[in-house]
Design a protein around this ligand. Structure first.
Ligand SMILES: [Mn+2]
Length: 386
């Protein structure tokens, strides 16, 4: 009969300490509990890595350090003479850098002040503000790729464009800010994409990019809260920001936790759906599925909404140019980005324009209007404000 019963972490640590982590002694004296010596050995190894049990030398791994191994020198009686503790310094450094970034966010970002709600709103329409691949943190040198770009330019342009589109918009009760993915240009300290590992032209240290990028989300949402009663946000998961896309949603949710007028659509799924009247909206970055497949994906994923909807729209990014393609069951649209081209895109021949759009959907009639602001108009507005 199998004797092994689960021992809680606390009980196991007590037993292990009583026998100085000697695996053989633990086993010999607890035959009623364990019938397998290897599971005891494994558990001790795991707890040592977490710093819950001391190493042979009596040292423990402290919080923030990651144990990558130990080498131990024993004397002729089998007692520990010396032990070298190897920690994973690179991983510990990364952890520390994340902590520093988060600490500076907490210092620099002012908590949200309640924003006065606009009372005269129209609830039969929804305004959508689309953020095409923002690539915040991308660096471009005008001489090399046509136009300069850095974090400061990205921030100024996104805010000017959003401010302009909001000022032009109907005061619909709800609005939906849709980041179609690649909000951040890189996804780690090495300035690379998470999966492809492509080396990117980045402006500034990763924590700085995160700090400014997240600050921009609050600036855009606050602008929208001045016009609309409810602000929805979606950050699609892009190929450039698989990890940080998830963090954007977590950040906004935490930042606006006392503001019920902000709703974050934070599903970790590549495909996100929202129904407004007879409109079914799908959002995805576009790097994982072809446009012609999106109708079928929507029909299966959102089957309960499918029959209620008459107009089905996919809002996507990835290719950095505008296109609207109508299929039998849905319309798939891709958006331009406001960012200029990095050296790679420029030298690869990409020449699409830079603009941002808002779209108004009527609950019964589908899309009824749209507004565009292009980079030249944005520059003009910025000149006038100065
Ligand atoms: Mn992109």
């Amino acid at each position: 009969m199998k004797k092994t019963k689960y021992t809680t972490t606390r009980d196991f640590i007590k037993i292990a300490l009583a026998y100085n982590c000697n695996v053989q002694e633990i086993f010999d004296n607890n035959r009623d509990k364990y019938d397998d010596i290897s599971s005891i050995r494994q558990r001790i190894r795991d707890y040592r890595k977490k710093g819950l049990l001391p190493l042979d030398s009596g040292n423990t791994v402290s919080t923030g350090e990651l144990l990558s191994g130990t080498s131990t020198l024993y004397d002729e009686d089998g007692k520990v003479k010396l032990q070298w503790v190897k920690t994973n310094v690179e991983a510990s450094d990364k952890l520390q850098a994340f902590k520093t970034a988060l600490d500076s966010l907490l210092i620099d970002i002012e908590p949200i002040e309640p924003i006065k709600e606009n009372e005269n709103t129209e609830d039969d329409k929804l305004t959508i503000y689309t953020i095409g691949d923002a690539h915040i943190g991308m660096l471009a040198w005008g001489k090399e790729s046509g136009e300069d770009h850095d974090i400061a330019i990205a921030e100024k342009d996104l805010i000017t464009a959003t401010h302009h589109l909001i000022s032009q918009s109907i005061p619909t009760t709800e609005c939906f800010i849709i980041d179609v993915g690649d909000y951040f240009h890189s996804d780690n300290f090495e300035g690379k994409t998470a999966r492809g590992g492509n080396i990117l032209d980045v402006d500034g240290r990763y924590p700085k990019v995160l700090e400014i990028g997240l600050r921009i989300t609050t600036e855009l949402i606050n602008l929208a809260l001045g016009k609309h009663s409810k602000v929805r946000w979606r950050s699609a998961i892009g190929n450039h920001n698989e990890h940080s896309a998830i963090m954007i949603s977590a950040f906004i949710k935490a930042y606006y936790r006392n503001e019920p007028r902000v709703i974050v659509h934070d599903t970790p799924n590549m495909f996100m759906y929202h129904i407004f009247g007879k409109n079914l909206i799908g959002v995805t970055h576009g790097h994982t599925a072809k446009a012609e497949a999106l109708g079928d994906i929507m029909a299966i994923d959102a089957k309960e909404y499918w029959s209620q909807s008459e107009y089905r729209y996919w809002y996507t990014g990835h290719i950095h140019h505008q296109s609207v393609k109508e299929f039998r069951s849905c319309v798939v649209e891709t958006f331009r980005t406001l960012a200029s081209k990095d050296a790679w895109h420029s030298s690869s021949g990409y020449r699409s324009g830079q603009s941002m759009k808002s779209i108004v959907l009527h609950k019964d009639f589908g899309e009824i209007s749209r507004t565009t602001v292009g980079i030249r108009q944005i520059r003009q507005i910025q000149k006038e404000i100065k």
